[in-house]
Design a protein. Structure first.
Length: 268
């Protein structure tokens, strides 16, 4: 039995199938942790959602920013953009079933010594903080207020975390941390727009995982979201978005021994 963490798929279903073949995935005994961004920009988000949903308890999924964007588009909160490839999901006969399943997925998952999150954690957040905050959002997204939370998330550039926040703004800010964080200041001020390589982060900000006194530094965080960072593994970090949707690789890490498996992008 093995547990594999797989990076951002973003609708690249053929690449996912090739990677599952590469790791010889056995769904009756193995598990997969998905770091989020299951959908969008790639060619077949619908097949990705259907496949992962059918894995049931063999899959652990945390939501990414593109997954939340799909939920917001479906609620007519934000429009599709020219680069989005979600039309097949929105027109599917099982659309409502898939979207309901997606809303029921997690924002954070912890099995010592690993924590799974799409983007990252603020330096002042402990693992217990992250679990508690994520649970607040998960309960909200699964309930009747999910539209209010999504409305508060778009746009999100102005959102900055404070323990004093309440209501939908609080939950939207937690979402921003867990699904969009790349760089922040040592005191947890988020840089809200940068997506380039770490060495070019604006002055005063740093990759979230390099801040030395962060409260979760003894836990190995498994994450994606940062394609420009690429596959980046160190003692307490497994960052596994290797840019498949940009024509690069889809990556998996076997958590038991940290073995890395990769396949190239494939659209057929």
């Amino acid at each position: 039995m093995a547990t594999y963490a797989i990076g951002d798929i973003q609708g690249c279903f053929n690449s996912l199938r090739n990677l599952l073949d590469r790791i010889a995935f056995q769904p009756h005994v193995d598990r997969i942790w998905f770091v989020g961004d299951l959908v969008n920009r790639g060619p077949d988000s619908l097949s990705v959602l259907r496949y992962i949903k059918d894995l049931r308890d063999r899959a652990v999924v945390v939501l990414g920013n593109h997954d939340l964007f799909l939920l917001a588009v479906a609620e007519h909160i934000v429009p599709l953009r020219p680069e989005d490839t979600l039309q097949a999901v929105l027109a599917a006969p099982d659309r409502d079933e898939l979207l309901t399943w997606l809303r029921q997925q997690r924002l954070f998952h912890h099995e010592n010594p690993f924590a799974l999150v799409h983007a990252g954690l603020l330096p002042q957040w402990s693992i217990d903080d992250a679990k508690r905050f994520a649970h607040e959002v998960e309960m909200g997204l699964q309930g009747p207020s999910h539209r209010d939370i999504l409305r508060a998330l778009y746009p999100s550039k102005h959102l900055q975390w404070s323990s004093q926040l309440t209501g939908p703004t609080r939950l939207a800010t937690i979402i921003k941390v867990l699904t969009r964080l790349r760089a922040c200041s040592p005191d947890g001020q988020m840089e809200s727009s940068y997506s380039g390589p770490p060495e070019r982060i604006p002055a005063g900000y740093f990759p979230w995982f390099t801040i030395p006194e962060r409260q979760h530094r003894d836990t190995t965080v498994v994450c994606g979201h940062w394609a420009a960072l690429g596959l980046h593994c160190e003692e307490h970090l497994l960052a596994i978005d290797s840019g498949c949707v940009w024509g690069r690789q889809l990556s998996a890490v076997r958590l038991e021994d940290r073995a890395v498996f990769q396949v190239e992008y494939s659209d057929g």
